[in-house]
Unconditional design. Structure first.
Length: 445
């Protein structure tokens, strides 16, 4: 039952969206995003980009209303889209807290100090990729790896560049004077790996490691904790408690008196993730409305229909994954929707399921970090403090993966086959023309 003005209105039949209906919100989104990027540059992700996404979502809602969708149904779809990201939002906030307390406890400074001493600059990129790959496989979370070791390796990279080599020794001295570098400071990292190996929920594992680092900090870095709190009236216990809350909430601020050291290790806190959370909420609201109103299906159905050959079908799957990362702004949508759309067609043409899985992974998964307003791109950029446009030209794996998969498709290389399956034609016309979530009825209640 719907309360309010809609309760008195007769139910209107839902009209399938036209191609113009489906294209209009995308055109508006692209225009708004382009405007914010032109006017604000890399600073667009600090708020203007989020406003653009919410305005585009509002425009998509108006088109959905025109086609007979009720306000309540569209609102429920938007809320459902946002709800799907709650787990990711909690992880983001926990990572922010972890970065703050790991800096305060000396965990990241210790990793940086050991990295400067042990990592040969000539092998820096190889070492970074290898260590992050291994830890990512052990923890099962690229986000956790990025928020911890990723941050440390960014700092190490700044110290190992040839143009700063002359100042590396001075930087090491300043770091060791400002922080107690010790294996004990790596205990929060060891605890996080333990939680990951034992398959604890990511949010609880990250938050638990963050809290442990906060409790450890007064013992490993007492001077840094006192300087951070900067309140002589508080006792030792109260200073430690306030430091934990402050580092987890708004981030740790290093006050060692060494400007370069303070700049590197003053970061973190849940508050630092709020613009990224805002971006995710805007992107998922837009994506959920587009999917509920049938706009995404209307845009992608012709792609499936025109893919008449094996290579063109694999090309269509990859193009859909990349396109949905841009339009929907979420890796989940870019993975799930093409999988649903192309599953029957791949089976009908005798292509093994792993061919579709590879196409979805090579497009929907790995290219998500290349889109600034995508949940993955926003997270990586926010945690590392590096704009998406700055790291994109160096993401050779992410750029080449879909291209190689498409080339394999046309060449027939590594494209396993299976017995073709008879797949009945979808009822109601073209693939995906029925609005998502509409049920069996043609009206919404």
């Amino acid at each position: 039952m719907v309360d309010g003005p809609e309760a008195a209105l007769p139910h209107r039949p839902i009209r399938p969206p036209t191609l113009l209906d489906a294209l209009a919100p995308v055109v508006v989104l692209i225009a708004l995003l382009a405007t914010t990027i032109v006017l604000f540059g890399v600073g667009a992700t600090d708020g203007p980009l989020q406003v653009a996404l919410l305005l585009a979502a509002a425009f998509a809602s108006l088109v959905a209303f025109k086609n007979g969708h009720t306000v309540a149904a569209v609102a429920d779809a938007a809320v459902g889209g946002v709800t799907s990201a709650i787990g990711a939002v909690f992880i983001l906030l926990a990572v922010g807290a972890l970065i703050g307390t790991w800096n305060m406890a000396g965990t990241i400074p210790t990793v940086v100090d050991y990295g400067i001493k042990l990592v040969n600059p000539a092998w820096f990129f190889f070492t970074t990729a290898l260590v992050c790959a291994v830890v990512g496989m052990v923890t099962g979370s690229s986000w956790t790896t990025t928020g911890t070791l990723g941050v440390a390796f960014v700092i190490i990279g700044l110290r190992t560049r040839p143009e700063t080599a002359a100042g590396t020794a001075a930087a090491e001295d300043a770091l060791e004077r400002s922080y107690r570098v010790s294996v004990i400071c790596l205990l929060p990292l060891a605890l996080l790996v333990y939680f990951a190996v034992r398959r604890y929920p990511p949010f609880l594992a990250i938050l638990g490691s963050a809290l442990f680092a906060g409790v450890l900090a007064p013992f490993t870095q007492p001077a840094a904790v006192r300087a951070f709190v900067d309140d002589p009236s508080l006792g030792t216990v109260a200073t430690g408690v306030k430091a934990v809350f402050g580092a987890m909430a708004t981030g740790f601020v290093s006050n060692t008196g060494a400007p370069k050291v303070d700049q590197l290790f003053s970061r973190g806190g849940m508050a630092s993730m709020l613009t990224t959370v805002w971006l995710i909420l805007g992107a998922l609201s837009f994506a959920a409305i587009m999917e509920h109103a049938g706009f995404l299906q209307r845009l992608t159905a012709p792609v499936v229909a025109r893919a008449r050959h094996r290579g063109s079908l694999i090309l269509a799957a990859n193009a859909s994954g990349v396109g949905l990362n841009v339009i929907a702004g979420d890796q989940y949508v870019a993975d799930v929707l093409p999988s649903r759309m192309f599953r029957d067609e791949f089976a009908r043409r005798g292509l093994a399921p792993q061919v579709l899985s590879r196409a979805v992974e090579d497009s929907g998964t790995v290219t998500s970090v290349l889109v600034p307003w995508n949940t993955c791109g926003a997270y990586i950029s926010g945690v590392l403090g590096v704009p998406t446009a700055a790291y994109l030209p160096f993401c050779f794996f992410n750029i080449l993966s879909p291209l190689l998969d498409i080339a394999y498709g046309f060449l027939g290389f590594k494209v396993p086959t299976a017995d073709p399956e008879p797949v009945p034609a979808p009822s109601g016309g073209a693939l995906g023309t029925a609005p998502a979530g509409g049920g069996d009825d043609d009206t919404e209640h």
